[in-house]
Design a protein around this ligand. Structure first.
Ligand code: AMP
Ligand code: ZN
Length: 114
C-alpha cells in the first residue's frame, strides 16, 4: 500500500471501494461492514486525522461533508431520516485515523446511541 492511511489509499484507487458520491472535496463509499441497509462513509479528500485535528483552516471540509451527506441521503432514499456519526480517537472508537462521517439509515434506527 503506497498510502499509510487506509482511506487515502482508497481515494487513490489503491484499494477498491464502492463509490456512492465524489466531488472536489469529498469522497463517499459503502462501509465494508454495514450496520444498516444504508451505511456510507463520507470522507474529506485531504488527510485530517480526526475531529481533534480540525482548525479554522480545514473546517470547511466538514461543511463539504455535510453538503455531500444531504445529496447522498436523498439519492439513497433517506428522506425519512438518518443518523450521522463521527467516532473520534481511541475512547470514541475511531479505528481509521482519517476524519469520516458514518451516514446510517434505511431502517428505523433505535432511540439510543446507535
Ligand atoms: P471508525 O471505526 O469510525 O474509524 O470507522 C471505520 C469504518 O471503516 C468501519 O465502519 C469499517 O467497517 C470501515 N472500513 C474498514 N475498512 C474498509 C474498507 N476497505 N472499505 C470500506 N469500509 C471499510
Ligand atoms: Zn488519510
Amino acid at each position: 500500500m503506497l498510502n499509510d492511511c487506509l482511506f487515502c489509499a482508497i481515494m487513490a484507487g489503491e484499494i477498491p471501494s464502492t463509490k456512492v458520491y465524489e466531488d472536489e472535496y469529498v469522497y463517499a463509499f459503502r462501509d465494508i461492514n454495514p450496520v444498516a441497509p444504508v451505511h456510507v462513509l463520507v470522507v474529506p479528500k485531504v488527510h485530517i486525522p480526526s475531529a481533534l485535528a480540525l482548525t479554522e483552516q480545514n473546517s470547511m471540509y466538514v461543511a463539504k461533508c455535510f453538503e455531500a451527506i444531504e445529496k447522498i441521503a436523498r439519492a439513497e432514499g433517506l428522506e425519512g431520516g438518518f443518523r450521522v456519526i463521527n467516532n473520534c480517537g481511541e475512547d470514541g472508537g475511531q479505528s481509521v485515523m482519517h476524519l469520516h462521517f458514518h451516514l446510517i439509515g434505511g431502517t428505523k434506527l433505535g432511540e439510543k446511541l446507535i
